[in-house]
Design a protein around this ligand. Structure first.
Ligand code: NAD
Ligand code: TYD
Length: 351
């Protein structure tokens, strides 16, 4: 299969690209805008790996560019869209880029899929398969129990609202044009190569530097933690086996409260729990996400990594790859860190 992977230079997209090239005979083209969150370093080795290099290509570009998407989708059998702004805290500071990529970007991709599918169908060819990578955050918080694929959406942050908007657009194209579209809703993902501003990498790299770990509010918010390779393989299962038009939850059933996660990181590094510093809560902070995963289990997928093994492997990766993450903690990072945490840490020191 000729696969177009949008946003493939980011955290999950690069893991997906790597695993797809290893496990299948697919040709993979990554298109990525290389925002602050994306990096060619995440794809290093693929262009020199003899088993992959002839099947791998990279194009720097924006998914909101209609002409480019038309050209790239025209050379593909299937598209998996990872491209998005992905950090809730940044969406609270400024949501503009979230909407641009999450709505206008998804629209440009869908238009390309529609045009290319129409052309192929008119000559008895097959539709372009499109998988939109979405998130459990579109459901909003669940106090108890789990979210099912057919539940109503209650996004509560600008990030999750942009993701829900993208999903609704995908569903509208399915209903209106009968395209071969699918949606995945993944749980909180962790593992190697996640940007250092996200919870787990931030806490690991701060702990390595003996800096405070800024935990929001009471630290009792719960997330289901899914290892990145499991998430990538779940998306692969949906691409290969998923029923057209369906939505699939991808979760690990590994719920932990944030304070437990922070403590697991400190234990793995042999650091004191006193580094955990309570700071002012995130606005509109969702308390808990949890999903039912029976639908994707019927495709033969289930998460393989347990949280204890996964967090130990992740801590070790960041310990071994300081050059990878130190370049991300640069001048732009300092400005973001100051804006997000400066006043929080100052306020916490006063109490
Ligand atoms: P990430 O921020 O690490 O990667 C996003 C990638 O998209 C980056 O490489 C970036 O350069 C690229 N990108 C952004 N805007 C673009 C544009 N307009 N055109 C082309 N490329 C663009 O994010 P991630 O954590 O790898 O998440 C990937 C996808 O998975 C996102 O859609 C996210 O909503 C979803 N998701 C993430 C998680 C998680 O916990 N990280 C959980 C569930 C779902
Ligand atoms: P995050 O990685 O932003 O994912 P989510 O999209 O689920 O919010 O954060 C995971 C959890 O960690 C979330 O409950 C917010 C919390 N958190 C902190 O307590 N401190 C931090 O500095 C960050 C970035 C997150």
């Amino acid at each position: 299969m000729r696969l177009l992977v949008a946003g493939g230079a980011g955290f999950i997209g690069s893991a997906f690209t790597r695993r797809r090239l290893q496990a299948t005979a697919d040709e993979v083209v990554v298109v990525d805008k290389l925002t602050y969150a994306g990096s060619l370093e995440n794809l290093i080795g693929l262009d020199s790996d003899p088993s992959a290099r002839d099947r791998f290509g990279f194009v720097k570009g924006d998914i909101a560019d209609h002409q480019l998407m038309h050209e790239l989708v025209g050379q593909s059998d299937a598209v998996v869209n990872f491209a998005a702004e992905s950090h809730v805290d940044r969406s609270i500071l400024d949501a503009t880029a979230f909407l641009r990529t999450g709505v206008l970007g998804v629209h440009a991709l869908l238009e390309a899929v529609r045009e290319v599918t129409d052309r192929r169908r008119s000559s008895a060819g097959s539709a372009v398969r499109f998988v939109q990578v979405s998130t459990d955050e579109v459901y909003g918080p669940v106090e108890s129990g789990v979210s099912y694929e057919d539940d109503q959406l209650h996004p509560r942050s600008p990030y999750s609202a942009a993701k829900a908007a993208g999903e609704l657009l995908v569903r509208s194209y399915r209903e209106t044009y009968g395209l071969d579209l699918l949606i995945t809703r993944g749980a909180n993902t962790y593992g190697p190569r996640q940007h250092v501003e996200k919870f787990i990498p931030l806490f690991i790299t701060n702990a390595i530097r003996d800096m405070p770990l800024p935990i929001y509010g009471d630290g009792q918010q719960r997330r289901d933690w899914l290892f990145v390779d499991d998430h990538a393989d779940g998306i692969g299962a949906v691409l290969d086996e998923g029923e057209s038009g369906e939505i699939y939850n991808i979760g690990a059933d590994e719920e932990r409260v944030n304070r437990q996660v922070a403590e697991a990181i400190l234990n793995a590094l042999g650091k004191s729990h006193s580094l955990i510093t309570t700071v002012a809560d995130r606005r509109g902070h969702d308390r808990r996400y949890a999903m039912d995963t029976n639908r994707i289990a019927r495709l033969g997928w289930s998460a393989r990594m347990d949280f204890e093994t996964g967090i130990a492997a992740t801590v070790e990766w960041y310990r071994q790859n300081e050059t990878w993450w130190r370049r991300l903690r640069d001048a732009d990072w300092d400005a973001y860190y100051e804006r997000q945490y400066g006043w929080r840490l100052a306020e916490s020191a006063k109490n």
